[in-house]
Write a protein that binds this ligand. Sequence first.
Ligand SMILES: Nc1ncnc2c1ncn2[C@@H]1O[C@H](COP(=O)(O)OP(=O)(O)OP(=O)(O)O)[C@@H](O)[C@H]1O
Length: 264
Amino acid sequence: MEDAATGIAIRNVSHSYGPAGHGVLALDRISLDIGDCEFHCLLGPSGCGKSTLLYLLGGFIPVQSGQIVTPKGVVTGPGPDRSIVFQNFALFPWKTVRDNVLYGLKKAGFAADERARRAQEYIDLVHLTGFEDSYPSQLSGGMQQRAAIARTLAVDPRILLMDEPFGALDAQTRRVMQEELRAIWRRSRKTVVFVTHDVQEAVFLADRISIMSARPGRIEHIIDVDLPKDRGEEILEDSQFIQLSEQIWRLVREQAIAATRGAH
Ligand SMILES: Nc1ncnc2c1ncn2[C@@H]1O[C@H](COP(=O)(O)OP(=O)(O)OP(=O)(O)O)[C@@H](O)[C@H]1O
């Protein structure tokens, strides 16, 4: 097997929780290649192992069988090349926006003068200019998530892992954040793996979408999202967007029905 990949190479990865031999099989021989700078969404029924796969990519839980390879080599644990954004923002409530971003930079080993410059650059990028000295509790949910994204992007990870990052936001804010994320991704050119339950969100954001089966999670379908690279709200009315969303919705629904029937 190779010891470096251009994007992310997931090779025959299985994962069980609980005691060996008696545990719950969460992922079953997942193989998937994600291209460099690709925006890849993972969709699938609840409990199919989307978060597990993301945590394995991040190195937050050890790979039990199979192999995950990135440009930095075989994943054996967390690394500065891979960062994660969670649904619940994960900001320090006692630190200001600036200090939250600076914390990430300090932890990643950036020099002091570089830290201040980068913190401001990424606060500006997510449109939080003017809120540098605000505490998370003084910000709306969307602003908190933008601060969390700034903290994650500032350390310039090559791979950005996102676990339903907009799941806690209201529909309107969520829509704005999707547009902003896609625009930021277009500028910053990173490989993104994004977990969501929301078919429209996946089609709006992704270059490709993996649809997973009910547990134990397998990759059932990989769909190319052949839509313009620059996407704004108008794309929601595009017939190709609507058709693709419906097609994917049907495929996800099949898996969700299989999950409720315990067919796997
Ligand atoms: N720490 C754990 N111990 C035991 N079982 C776990 C643990 N974490 C997850 N599981 C089980 O593994 C399976 C996959 O969980 P995971 O959270 O990865 O799924 P998911 O697709 O992200 O779910 P959801 O869409 O509901 O967030 C689930 O059946 C879950 O109950």
